[in-house]
Design a protein around this ligand. Structure first.
Ligand code: SF4
Length: 303
C-alpha cells in the first residue's frame, strides 16, 4: 500500500495555488422552515410531514370505540363538542341498549337523552340518532351506506362524520377535517383555507389517497398531544424543523416538555431530542441536564 504523500508548503519561488474549497460544510445553522409556496413544495412538505407523523404515531387509531359502522356513526355524532374519552365512557351502555338502526328509530327520546346527556347537546344529538335510525330503516334496509354521497344525506352526518365512518369502518380513504387537523395544516403552511371542505380537497391533492385516513388520525394525535390550540409545545415538538409557524409556543425545553401529553410522551420527547434514546429516564429528567418543573405531570396525560 502506498503511503500517503506528505503535503509540502509552497516555497517562496512557487505561487500558492488558490485555496481549495472546504471539503466539509460549515457548522450547521438550522434554517427555519418557510411556508411552501409552489404546489410541488406543498406536496413535498405534506408527504415529509406525513412520513414524520408515521414515526411519531405508528400505532395511531380512531380514538372512538366501535365494532360496527352504525356504532361508529353514532359515536362520531356524539363526539361533536365532546371529548372522545367522554364518548367512549358513554357508548358501552348505549350500544348495549340500542343494537341496530331499528332500536334507534323506535327509541324513547327521554330515555335516549338521559343516556347521552354526558356528551352535551343531548337533545339535538337524540334527534339526530332517532332520525338516523329511521332513515337507515326506510332508505337503506337498516344498514349504514358506504358512500360519501349517501352518508351526508343522513341526519347528524356531515362530511367530517362521513369521512370518519368511511375511513375507519369501510376502509374508504378520507381526510377528516376537525378542529385539530384544520389548525395544524394551517400552521404547517399546507393551506390557508378555513372552510373544512376546502381544506379537505386541498389536502386530497397533496397526499396519496392511501395516506388520507391515517394522516388524519396522526395529525389529530399531534394536535391533542403536542400542537395545542392555545399553547403548542414548540420547544418539544419533533416537527419543528418542518413547521413555518415555529416558534408559536414555549421553546424552553422544560416548559415545552411539560405541555406534551399522552401515552406517546416519552417517545415524542425522544424524537424531539429531549430524551436520550433507550430506557426511559427518571421522570423529570431532560437530555442535557434540563429538568421539568417541580410537580409537573410527566406521565400519561388524559387526552
Ligand atoms: S413547531 Fe409548534 S406550531 Fe409547529 S407543529 Fe410543532 S407545536 Fe405545532
Amino acid at each position: 500500500m502506498t503511503p500517503p504523500r506528505a503535503t509540502m508548503p509552497p516555497t517562496s519561488t512557487q505561487t500558492a495555488a488558490p485555496a481549495a474549497p472546504p471539503t466539509t460544510a460549515p457548522p450547521a445553522t438550522r434554517r427555519r422552515a418557510t411556508v411552501p409556496t409552489t404546489p410541488l413544495a406543498k406536496v413535498r412538505r405534506a408527504r415529509r410531514i406525513n412520513a414524520e407523523l408515521i414515526l411519531g404515531y405508528p400505532d395511531a387509531v380512531c380514538e372512538l370505540d366501535f365494532t360496527t359502522p352504525l356504532e361508529l356513526a353514532v359515536a362520531t355524532i356524539l363526539s361533536a363538542q365532546c371529548t372522545d374519552v367522554r364518548v367512549n365512557a358513554t357508548t358501552p351502555a348505549l350500544f348495549a341498549r340500542y343494537r341496530n338502526a331499528q332500536d334507534y328509530a323506535q327509541a324513547d327520546p327521554t330515555e335516549l337523552e338521559e343516556m347521552i346527556r354526558p356528551t352535551g347537546f343531548f337533545r339535538n344529538k337524540t334527534a339526530s340518532l332517532i332520525g338516523l335510525g329511521q332513515q337507515l330503516i326506510t332508505r337503506f334496509g337498516g344498514e349504514v351506506p358506504a358512500t360519501l354521497e349517501e352518508l351526508v344525506t343522513l341526519p347528524g352526518i356531515g362530511r367530517k362524520t362521513a369521512n370518519v365512518v368511511l375511513g375507519n369502518a369501510f376502509g374508504v380513504p378520507g381526510i377528516t377535517v376537525d378542529t385539530h387537523l384544520g389548525r395544524l395544516v394551517r400552521r404547517w403552511g399546507l393551506t390557508t383555507e378555513e372552510d373544512p371542505v376546502k381544506v379537505e380537497l386541498e389536502l386530497n391533492e397533496l397526499l396519496r389517497p392511501a395516506d388520507w385516513t391515517m394522516f388524519s388520525h396522526r395529525t389529530i394525535y399531534h394536535g391533542r398531544r403536542v400542537c395545542h390550540a392555545r399553547k403548542p409545545a414548540c420547544g418539544a415538538c419533533y416537527l419543528k424543523a418542518l413547521c413555518p409557524s415555529y416558534p408559536l409556543g414555549p421553546v424552553e425545553p422544560g416548559i415545552a416538555a411539560d405541555l406534551v401529553k399522552g401515552a406517546e410522551r416519552e417517545h415524542l420527547l425522544e424524537l424531539a431530542g429531549l430524551r436520550a434514546p433507550g430506557p426511559v429516564e427518571p421522570e423529570g429528567t431532560l437530555k442535557g441536564g434540563a429538568t421539568t418543573e417541580p410537580g409537573s405531570a410527566g406521565g400519561v396525560h388524559p387526552v
